[in-house]
Design a binder for this molecule. Structure first.
Ligand code: ATP
Ligand code: MG
Length: 454
C-alpha cells in the first residue's frame, strides 16, 4: 500500500457515499476512483462517479438490492442507488493486452495500489473515501497542480499494453490544457504507429472529445507526434501546403486549427472546421504572379468530409450536417437581403446561423486584410437574416404562397413540370419577396409554362 494520503474533503453524491458506506460496513474497502476524483479536485462536475472495491463481484451483488451485471467478467457491477447508477468494480490487475486493445484476462486483487497502478495517467489514478481522504500513489495531485499529463509507470510499457492510451493522452491534454510530460510524449511518438490496431469507433470517440474540448489547438500534438500519419495523413499534407495570397497568413493546417479555436465548442461546428479546407489538397493552382488559388475546393472538401466521417462510423445526421456546412462554407455574400435569402435557401434557414459561425471563424483565421473585408460584412448578413425571419419572407418551396396542388387546380398537368415551375417561382420570390402572393405567382406560372418548348 502506498502511503501518500491527503485529507482533502470531496463532496460525493449521496448515492455514492451510501454505496461506500454499505461496502465498508460489510468489512470491505471502497473508494470513488479515477476521472471523478480528478474532476472533483479540479472543481469540475464529474460525468459519472466510479467506485472501486476490495469486494469480489458476488460479494457486491449480495449487498445491494438492485444490480446489473454490466461487465461482470471484468469485475464491474452497476448498482442503482438513490435514483442514480454507479459502476462498482473489484480491484483488479489487467493481464496482457495481446492485441494492444483488450486485456486478455483480468485478475482480481485485494490491494488498492495494485488497482491504481493499472490505470493510465497519474491524474486518473487517485482514489478517495470520506474516512481516509485521498489516496495518491503516483503523484497525481502534484501533476494536477502543475498541469502535467504523465503515464503511470513506464510510459512505453503502458502504450504497448493499450494503444488507445496514446489518443487518450492527447484528448486529456486538450480537455484540461495540460502539458504532456516529456518521457510520456516521447513514448507517444514511438507507439503512434500501433494505433492501426484501434477500431475506428474508439478513435472517433477520442477525436470527438479532443475537438469538442476547451483547447482544440492540442490537435497539433497529433501532428507533432506522428499520430496524424496513421489516422489522418491528409492533415500532414495540409501542414505542408502554403497559401500564398492576400487572404491568408497561415498554411492550410494551421489555418484549420485556428478555425477550430474560433468556432463554439459544438460537435458539428468543430468537425466542420476541421474538414472545411481538406479539398484544398486537390485544387491548388498558382498563377503567373505566384498567387495561390483553390477554385472549387469547398465541393472537394465536402466529398472528403463525407468519406472521412463515414470511415470513422459517424451517425448519418452528423455527417449530413457537417457535409452541408463544409460544402457551403465559403458562400459569397455582399450584405444584401437578396443574396442572404439565396444562401438561406441553399443551406436551409435552420442551418444558416451555423454557416455564419463557420464563415466568421474562417475569416478570423485569415489575414488582417481578410478580416477587415469579411467580418463587417458578416455582421450585415446577420442583420439581414433576422430581418428576413422577422418579416416571414419566403426562403424555401414550403414558404411559397402557392403549391403544386394550386398549379394542378389551375390546369397544369401533374408531372416534373410542376416542380420546375415551383422552382422558377421560388427564384423570383427570392429576388423580390413582394411577389409571393397567389395573384402574382399564378400568372407567372402560366407565362413560364408557355415559354417552355412543348
Ligand atoms: P471521462 O471524463 O472521459 O469519463 P475518465 O478518466 O473518467 O474520463 P473513463 O474512460 O471513464 O475516463 O475511465 C475511468 C477510469 O478508468 C480512468 O480515469 C482511468 O483510471 C481508467 N481507464 C480508463 N481507460 C483506461 C485505459 N485505456 N487504460 C488504463 N486505464 C484506463
Ligand atoms: Mg468517466
Amino acid at each position: 500500500m502506498c502511503h501518500s494520503h491527503t485529507d482533502a474533503a470531496l463532496t460525493l453524491p449521496a448515492g455514492a457515499a451510501k454505496i461506500l458506506q454499505i461496502l465498508q460496513a460489510a468489512g470491505h474497502e471502497a473508494y470513488v476512483v479515477g476521472g471523478c476524483v480528478r474532476d472533483a479536485l479540479l472543481g469540475r462536475t464529474p460525468g459519472d462517479w466510479d467506485i472501486t472495491t476490495s469486494a469480489a463481484p458476488q460479494e457486491v451483488k449480495a449487498l445491494f438490492r438492485r444490480t446489473i451485471d454490466t461487465g461482470i467478467q471484468h469485475g464491474t457491477i452497476t448498482v442503482r442507488m438513490m435514483g442514480e447508477s454507479y459502476e462498482v468494480t473489484t480491484y483488479r490487475v489487467d493481464g496482457i493486452y495481446e492485441d494492444g486493445r483488450h486485456p486478455k484476462e483480468v485478475t482480481f486483487t485485494r490491494s488498492l495500489s495494485e488497482d491504481l497502478r493499472r490505470r493510465d495517467f497519474t491524474i486518473n489514478a487517485m482514489a478517495y473515501c470520506p474516512g481516509e481522504g485521498l489516496v495518491d500513489c503516483f503523484g497525481g495531485i502534484q501533476d494536477l497542480k502543475d498541469g502535467i499529463l504523465r503515464a503511470v509507470g513506464v510510459p512505453s510499457e503502458r502504450f504497448a499494453e493499450d494503444a488507445l492510451r496514446i489518443l487518450r493522452a492527447v484528448r486529456f491534454s486538450a480537455q484540461l490544457d495540460f502539458t504532456i510530460e516529456p518521457v510520456t510524449l516521447a513514448a507517444i511518438r514511438d507507439f503512434a504507429p500501433s494505433l492501426t490496431k484501434i477500431s475506428a469507433e474508439r478513435i472517433r470517440v477520442e477525436l470527438d472529445k479532443l475537438l469538442c474540448s476547451g483547447h482544440p489547438e492540442h490537435f497539433l500534438t497529433l501532428y507533432q507526434t506522428g499520430i496524424t500519419d496513421i489516422i489522418f495523413p491528409e492533415f500532414n499534407r495540409m501542414m505542408e501546403m502554403p497559401q500564398n495570397n492576400p487572404w491568408h497568413s497561415y498554411n492550410v493546417g494551421i489555418h484549420t486549427i485556428e478555425v477550430m479555436k474560433a468556432v463554439p465548442a459544438d460537435r458539428v461546428l468543430r468537425w466542420s472546421a476541421l474538414l472545411h479546407d481538406t479539398g484544398k489538397l486537390e485544387t491548388r493552382s498558382t498563377d503567373e504572379k505566384g498567387t495561390d488559388h483553390f477554385y472549387g475546393h469547398a465541393k472537394e472538401s465536402a466529398a472528403f468530409a463525407d468519406r472521412f466521417l463515414k470511415k470513422l462510423r459517424f451517425d448519418n445526421h452528423t455527417i449530413d450536417q457537417v457535409v452541408l456546412l463544409v460544402r457551403w462554407h465559403d458562400s459569397w455574400f455582399d450584405g444584401s437581403a437578396r443574396v442572404t435569402r439565396r444562401v438561406m435557401n441553399r443551406v436551409g434557414a435552420e442551418n444558416f446561423m451555423d454557416l455564419l459561425a463557420i464563415a466568421r471563424a474562417d475569416a478570423m483565421a485569415k489575414s488582417a486584410y481578410a478580416k477587415e473585408q469579411l467580418l463587417p460584412k458578416y455582421d450585415e448578413v446577420e442583420k439581414r437574416y433576422h430581418e428576413i425571419k422577422d418579416a416571414g419572407e419566403c426562403t424555401s418551396l414550403k414558404d411559397l404562397s402557392i403549391s403544386g396542388r394550386d398549379l394542378i387546380a389551375a390546369g397544369m398537368k401533374p408531372g416534373p413540370e410542376i416542380g420546375e415551375t415551383l422552382q422558377y417561382l421560388l427564384t423570383l420570390v427570392l429576388e423580390d419577396p413582394a411577389l409571393n402572393t397567389r395573384e402574382t405567382l399564378l400568372p407567372r406560372a402560366e407565362q413560364f409554362r408557355r415559354s417552355r418548348p412543348q
